[in-house]
Design a protein around this ligand. Structure first.
Ligand code: URA
Length: 310
């Protein structure tokens, strides 16, 4: 593929435009599909024993007010350019989020829905308190049959207004990085978030919000059937892989989500602040590209016949 070298230069990722064969070769299959984990099974069993209704609308509670605190500041960013409001989300490795899912979520028929029904279900969702203050749900964007799926955390202010993921400065950076691999949301990538509604004040999503929302993402993955998933940021990675690991420890390996290889990388909003890590993000995309090529080769797809860029 012909790379746009000026773009690579602009992104500051030129120096590591090399094959990372050693890393690609150390593929590990370390995470079981979420639905088959003992924790998930326990949640389901608990939900069934409670005989909860299939879709319990969220009742507004006084505690919802506790979720409106101001956004946390990422450290060391005082010299950074002003960013969109959502860019204040805490996408660094600071303050680990705990993902022991303690919330029983009732079984649902979401796994049977087609694209239109799923989009409508999300648009009308009231499964958690985030529905109270959203302007729009943010379902996802891109090619619904893409080989590449990118997964972020949750909508920010701009996404909430426009109903599309990654539409601010971080989204522009993401689009530029994808472009270097001949990928774009207009043609051959699908982009979605773990959470479909904006957490007020750009706070971290709560455990129960993730638990109530994640079945939508699961269904999106089932429908897209991507050959590779890129999890952007600690939150997305921890949510998908059901762990509490740092980005640093998750990068550079091939994980798995429901049978699909997963590459973990930094969140684009974090990269806007931490220019020194852009080259690492580029390395992650190269690993994703190699993983994608491996997946195609395993399927007997000839090079050049792939639809997913690179
Ligand atoms: N950050 C995300 O993780 N997702 C978006 O859609 C926007 C910002």
């Amino acid at each position: 593929m012909a790379l746009d070298e000026s773009l690579i230069e602009e992104l500051g990722i030129g120096p590591i435009w090399v094959q990372r064969g050693a890393v690609a070769a150390s593929t590990t299959r370390e995470v079981e599909a979420a639905a088959s984990t003992p924790v998930a099974a326990a949640i389901l069993a608990e939900a069934q024993s409670n005989q909860a209704p299939a879709q319990t609308p969220h009742e507004p509670t006084p505690t919802a007010a506790a979720h409106t605190e101001a956004p946390r500041e990422a450290p060391g960013e005082s010299d950074a350019a002003p960013l969109d409001a959502y860019d204040d989300l805490p996408w660094t490795d600071e303050a680990p989020v705990h993902f022991a899912p303690a919330v029983a979520v009732a079984p649902d028929d979401v796994h049977t829905l087609d694209w239109d029904a799923l989009a409508e279900r999300v648009a009308n969702c009231q499964r958690c308190r985030l529905c109270e203050r959203r302007t729009n749900t943010v379902f996802g964007v891109g090619d619904r049959e893409a080989d590449w799926m990118l997964i972020g955390e949750a909508p920010g202010e701009n996404e909430d207004k426009q109903g599309e993921p990654f539409v601010g400065q971080a989204g522009k950076l993401l689009d530029n990085m994808l472009r270097t691999l001949a990928l774009s949301r207009q043609s051959n990538v699908y982009i979605a978030n773990v959470i479909k509604c904006r957490p007020p004040g750009n706070r971290n999503p709560e455990l129960d919000e993730v638990a109530r929302c994640e079945l939508y993402l699961q269904r999106q993955v089932e429908l897209v059937k991507p050959k590779v998933i890129v999890a952007m940021g600690r939150f997305a990675a921890q949510s998908l892989l059901k762990n509490e690991a740092s980005i640093a420890s998750m990068r550079g390996r091939v994980h798995e989500y429901r049978g699909v290889p997963v590459i973990v990388t930094y969140h684009p909003a974090y990269l806007l602040r931490s220019l020194q890590d852009k080259s690492k993000a580029w390395a992650d995309l190269c690993l994703a590209r190699n993983t994608y090529r491996d997946a195609l080769a395993a399927l007997g797809v000839e090079q050049g016949a792939e639809k997913g860029g690179v």
